[in-house]
Ligand binder design. Structure first.
Ligand SMILES: *Cc1c(COP(=O)(O)O)cnc(C)c1O
Ligand code: SF4
Length: 341
């Protein structure tokens, strides 16, 4: 369904911009339940605490994909704050990847050889309840130009860096002009060969694939890679598909996807197989299936690795090899993501 401004009548409807769609996102558990025909009890103390800590934020294209009246809908479970988030669980901590100690500068993570990760934006267009950065101090995101300049200087001074990952938050929350400026700065660093954008925005709001964004990918001298984030085949509706196919057709960007294995969302062989096939329909190849990072507030999404391994085995039996993602875990201190075996 296309999201239109104006309410029918004789008004010629114009599609909302992606920024307008961000500003119209649903921001409370009660409103979310009301829109979906679910029980409209006032939020419990736990629910309120959870959404105070990490606000509910659901854009309308996502909301429209949730089955009304189904409290267990896998798309709903990813975005609705629940009391279980406030329960302590052993091993689930605020900074599970120990990222706070790995920043040569605020907003720049240099963990792996050859590539650095730049926190290019502090916000997202959707708040995923399992997010491993839900407690990240986004005040330290590189939002100001002086801080960004310091990060660019750091990259320019280290010829060992060949790839810059833009992450966040969601780096596509930056307006096209700002993003273009950043990519242009990166292009001027002679030893850089690639940039990569890790984003959920084209899934949350497909209108984010603007002419301007396609233009950025078309014109860069750097090889570009986009790593999408989706977890369930129903996230990838016709609009997401059109947006991704257009991007792929009109620019040289390489399109990949990462997922997180989540209880109640995609811990089922049929769902994961369906996700890979649906990604292919969208011109996107599966890259990583992540074991959940043990972040405080997300323990109810935990799937034991033995179960994950069985699921990946089932995918391997059902799919061509290029549609089976690498099942990995992030272990603090390791030189790369760690394959689970
Ligand atoms: C995951 C990650 C990367 C990228 O790893 P790849 O295996 O190349 O996808 C780079 N830097 C940081 C800090 C990361 O967490
Ligand atoms: S879009 Fe990514 S960074 Fe943002 S809340 Fe979701 S998982 Fe976290």
């Amino acid at each position: 369904m296309e999201i239109l401004a104006g309410q029918g009548g004789f008004v010629r409807a114009t599609p909302l911009t992606w920024q307008q769609q961000v500003s119209q996102a649903v921001r409370s558990p009660l409103e979310l339940r009301r829109r979906l025909g679910l029980a409209e009890d006032p939020p419990s103390a736990g629910e309120s605490a959870a959404s105070r800590d990490f606000p509910v934020f659901v854009p309308l294209p996502w909301l429209n994909r949730i089955r009304p009246g189904d409290p267990l809908d896998p798309l709903l479970l990813q975005v609705l704050a629940v009391a279980a988030e406030t329960e302590a669980a052993p091993g689930f901590v605020p900074d599970p990847l120990a990222e706070s100690g790995l920043q040569p500068l605020p907003g720049l993570l240099h963990k792996y050889a050859g590539r650095v990760l730049l926190i290019a934006a502090g916000a997202c267009a959707i708040n995923c309840r399992y997010c491993f950065r839900r407690h990240f101090p986004y005040e330290s995101a590189l939002t100001g130009k002086p801080q960004l300049q310091a990060a660019l200087d750091h990259i320019a001074a280290d010829p060992g860096i060949s790839e810059v990952l833009l992450s966040g938050g969601d780096p596509l929350m930056l307006p096209d002009g700002r993003l273009n400026w950043l990519i242009e700065q990166l292009q001027e660093i002679p030893h850089l060969q690639r940039f990569r954008i890790h984003t959920r925005l084209p899934v949350a709001i497909p209108a984010r694939i603007t002419d301007g964004l396609v233009g950025i990918f078309q014109s860069s001298r750097l090889q570009s890679v986009m790593v999408l984030h989706s977890n369930h085949p129903r996230e990838l509706d016709g609009e997401v598909q059109r947006a991704m196919l257009r991007l792929r057709k009109e620019s040289p960007v390489v399109l990949l996807n990462q997922s997180v294995l989540l209880r109640g969302v995609n811990d089922c062989a049929e769902t994961l197989t369906g996700l890979s096939l649906r990604l292919l329909d969208c011109g996107v190849l599966p890259y990583y299936l992540h074991q959940l990072d043990p972040v405080a507030g997300a323990s109810h999404f935990f799937v034991p690795p033995e179960v994950g391994l069985r699921l990946v085995e089932a995918m391997r039996e059902a799919l061509p090899g290029y549609l089976v993602p690498r099942y990995v875990q992030e272990v603090p201190g390791e030189a790369s993501k760690t394959p689970l075996a």
